[in-house]
Design a protein around this ligand. Structure first.
Ligand code: SAM
Length: 254
């Protein structure tokens, strides 16, 4: 869904992947995995990439796309809050694009994950994080699509008692990383471009949970109302290719 476009320069500035072991947190559809693989192949770098996700459902398609050109890729099913399969002080660079707010669906799990990221990173190794700004911290008419979509997703999650994404404010993340021991922490806000077609897919998934799941509150009006506003937003998205989201990139060192 996400493609680092506007912040690409800041993300890669001062980052040298050649001869490095890179850990990616949150493979998902493989956007960042492909981005790293392309960079490595184009530049003929000797880079090893381990990409970890708790959900391995996209691993096969990613492997099929990448493995022929980039053999040093390991896709590993695992929880970032328990990286027992990665030795301490073994990773040069860690990249987590839009993953930590997903880990934080379960409160405090992100602290365990950050502790693990710190453990596996070599001394002076680099941590790169991209995240959306928390919805409560942004009050701007520039992000209507983003805001409507997130509000609907969050509301349905609460209605169906599902874990919901918890975006982390960069100030809080900076402080949390500092408590764990990270140093040289800097972050910058930017506008992310979200692909509308992918955003529709995600909305549709949430709509299906309303239609197929049990109606725990036994209130048909409430359920139908959310189906209606979801379908209305999907129609709006069909008219656009992409929309803006407020995001930030954070960099830190061990
Ligand atoms: C928005 S996606 C990441 C997007 C991806 N990094 C990219 O650049 O397109 C968030 C991912 O985090 C994964 N995730 C959530 N909690 C996790 C955990 N505790 N450990 C590992 N992965 C986790 C989810 O399964 C999901 O695939």
């Amino acid at each position: 869904m996400y493609k680092i476009i506007t912040a690409d320069r800041f993300l890669w500035e001062g980052i040298d992947l050649h001869g490095k072991i890179v850990l990616e947190g949150g493979t998902s559809w493989g956007n960042t995995t492909r981005l790293i693989a392309n960079k490595v192949v184009e530049n003929n770098w000797r880079t090893e990439l381990i990409s970890v996700d708790i959900d391995d459902s996209h691993f096969n398609e990613i492997e099929e796309d990448i493995k022929d050109d980039f053999a040093k890729l390991t896709l590993r099913k695992g929880d970032l809050s328990d990286l027992y399969f990665i030795p301490s002080n073994s990773i040069d660079i860690i990249i987590c694009n839009y993953t930590l707010s997903s880990v934080e669906q379960f409160p405090l799990r992100v602290m365990k994950a950050i502790k693990e990221l710190y453990r596996v990173l070599k001394k002076d190794g680099q941590l790169l994080i991209t995240e959306e700004m928390p919805i409560w911290s942004v009050d701007s008419a520039d992000y209507t699509y983003w805001s409507k979509r997130l509000r609907i997703i969050k509301s349905i999650s609460v209605l169906k008692a599902m874990p919901a994404f918890n975006e982390i404010h960069p100030n809080d993340l900076e402080e949390g990383l500092g408590i764990i021991g990270f140093k040289d922490i800097q972050w910058r806000e930017f506008n992310e471009k979200i692909n509308a077609e992918m955003a529709v897919k995600f909305l549709d998934k949430r709509k299906q949970t309303l239609i197929k799941g049990s109606n725990d509150l036994e209130n048909k009006q409430l359920n139908d109302g959310f189906v209606e506003i979801t379908e209305k937003l999907v129609k709006e998205f069909e008219k656009t290719k992409e929309f803006l989201a407020p995001a930030y990139i954070l960099k830190a060192k061990k």
